[in-house]
Design a protein around this ligand. Structure first.
Ligand SMILES: [Zn+2]
Length: 268
C-alpha cells in the first residue's frame, strides 16, 4: 500500500513537469507543494533543518503567504526573508491560478513532446545517487544537494529576490558570482583543482579510486569552496587557497580512512 502510494506520488511529479503554472489570484497554488517559482518549489521543508512546520501553514496558498498570515516561520531562515521580500513584488490579478500544458503543438497536447519532457527529467536526476550516498560527510550532503538543484544562494540568484549592492565573486572579487563561476571558472577554485589533480598523480590508489574521487574530492571540494565563500560573507574572515586546500585534504583523509582499509603508505 505504502509502496503504491509512493509510485503515485512520483507520477504526480512527472505530470507536474508537463505544466507551467500561471499565477492569477494566488489562491489556487500551494506555496510549499506546487513548483510555482520558475518551475521549482520556491523553498523546501528540508531547508528549515529540524524546525517543525504546522500543518495549517503547510497548506498555505501563495496568496496566504503574501498576505502575511503564516510567515513568521519563514523569517527564521535566511532564504525565507528573501522569499518574503520577493513575494512583495508579485502582482496578483483576479483570474484563478492556472496550469498550462507545456507540451503543446498546434494548441493541442502532444504526446511526443510529453515523452521528451519526461525523459529529460529522468536524465537530470542522475546525480541523486552521488549526493545521497552513505559515504559522504552528512553536513556536506546538504550543500551538494542545493548545488545540484541549482539552489545555492549565490549572488546572481539573490539579485532576483532583493537589491544587493555588489554581485561580485567573494573569492576572486572579479566576476559575477554565479554557480558556474564559483565552482568551475573562478581562479581560486581552479587553483584548488590544480592541486587536487597534482596530488592524485603522485599517489597510488586501488583501482576503485574512481569511487573515492567521485565521493571525496568532488563533494569535499564543493563544500569547502562554499564554506569559504560563506565565511567571507558572514564573518569577513578570509582564508587563502592554502587554508581551503588543507581542509580538503583533512576531510578526504578522514573519508578514505573510514571507507577503505588502505595501508598507511597508500594513504599518504
Ligand atoms: Zn571568482
Amino acid at each position: 500500500m505504502v509502496w503504491s502510494l509512493k509510485k503515485i506520488l512520483k507520477l504526480k511529479d512527472i505530470v507536474i513537469s508537463l505544466f507551467d503554472i500561471q499565477l492569477g489570484n494566488g489562491r489556487g497554488i500551494l506555496f510549499w507543494y506546487d513548483p510555482w517559482f520558475e518551475n521549482l518549489h520556491i523553498v523546501l521543508k528540508a531547508e528549515f533543518g529540524g524546525v517543525r512546520i504546522r500543518r495549517d501553514f503547510l497548506n498555505s496558498s501563495v496568496r496566504d503567504i503574501r498576505d502575511g498570515d503564516y510567515n513568521t516561520l519563514l523569517r527564521g531562515i535566511l532564504e525565507g526573508v528573501r522569499i518574503l521580500s520577493f513575494m512583495q513584488t508579485i502582482h496578483f490579478n483576479d483570474n484563478i491560478d492556472s496550469w498550462v500544458w507545456k507540451v503543446e503543438r498546434d494548441v493541442k497536447f502532444n504526446s511526443n513532446l510529453a515523452w521528451e519532457s519526461i525523459r529529460e527529467r529522468g536524465n537530470d536526476v542522475g546525480w541523486t545517487h552521488v549526493v545521497w550516498s552513505s559515504n559522504i560527510i552528512p553536513r556536506q550532503q546538504f550543500v551538494l544537494w542545493l548545488l545540484f538543484r541549482k539552489r545555492l544562494s549565490t549572488r546572481d540568484r539573490l539579485k532576483r529576490f532583493m537589491d544587493i549592492p555588489d554581485s561580485k565573486c567573494l573569492l576572486c572579487g572579479d566576476n559575477e558570482e554565479t554557480m558556474d563561476h564559483l565552482f568551475s571558472g573562478c581562479p581560486f577554485t581552479l587553483e584548488l583543482w590544480r592541486r587536487i589533480i597534482k596530488a592524485m598523480e603522485l599517489a597510488f590508489f586501488p583501482s576503485d579510486w574512481i569511487d573515492i574521487k567521485e565521493m571525496a574530492i568532488l563533494k569535499v571540494k564543493v563544500y569547502h569552496i562554499w564554506m569559504e565563500r560563506n565565511s567571507r560573507v558572514f564573518t569577513r574572515v578570509r582564508g587563502g587557497v592554502d587554508d581551503v586546500w588543507n581542509n580538503i585534504k583533512f576531510d578526504c583523509n578522514s573519508l578514505v580512512r573510514t571507507w577503505r582499509r588502505i595501508s598507511k603508505n597508500e594513504q599518504n
